[in-house]
Design a protein. Structure first.
Length: 97
């Protein structure tokens, strides 16, 4: 799982998506696309953003939730907290390998 987190964080577009979710959680794909275009000048297709979100979901950094026919994306910082704990508090046993 840790490798997935590093892979997800390696891409600057995915980091921007995480920044946007940190600023305002619970966004739809349309909202994320609009914010990336307006704030960062990134004109990515919805499919491209959806693929980035899939990588973030696989890493456990984004949790999707459905409300009716809409899908919203929430930031989950727990995988990042595990990594930070691993190096900042090495005497604490790691919960997952």
């Amino acid at each position: 799982m840790t490798q997935d987190v590093f892979k997800a964080l390696a891409d600057p577009t995915r980091r921007r998506i995480l920044d946007e979710l940190a600023e305002r959680d619970g966004q739809s794909l349309f909202e994320i696309c609009a914010r990336l275009t307006a704030k960062h000048g990134l004109s990515l297709s919805r499919q491209a953003v959806s693929q980035h979100l899939a990588v973030l979901e696989a890493a456990g950094l984004v949790i999707p939730r459905r409300e009716g026919r809409y899908k919203f994306h929430d930031l989950d910082t727990e995988p990042l907290e595990r990594i930070v704990t691993r190096w900042l508090r090495p005497d604490t046993p790691e919960s997952t390998p």
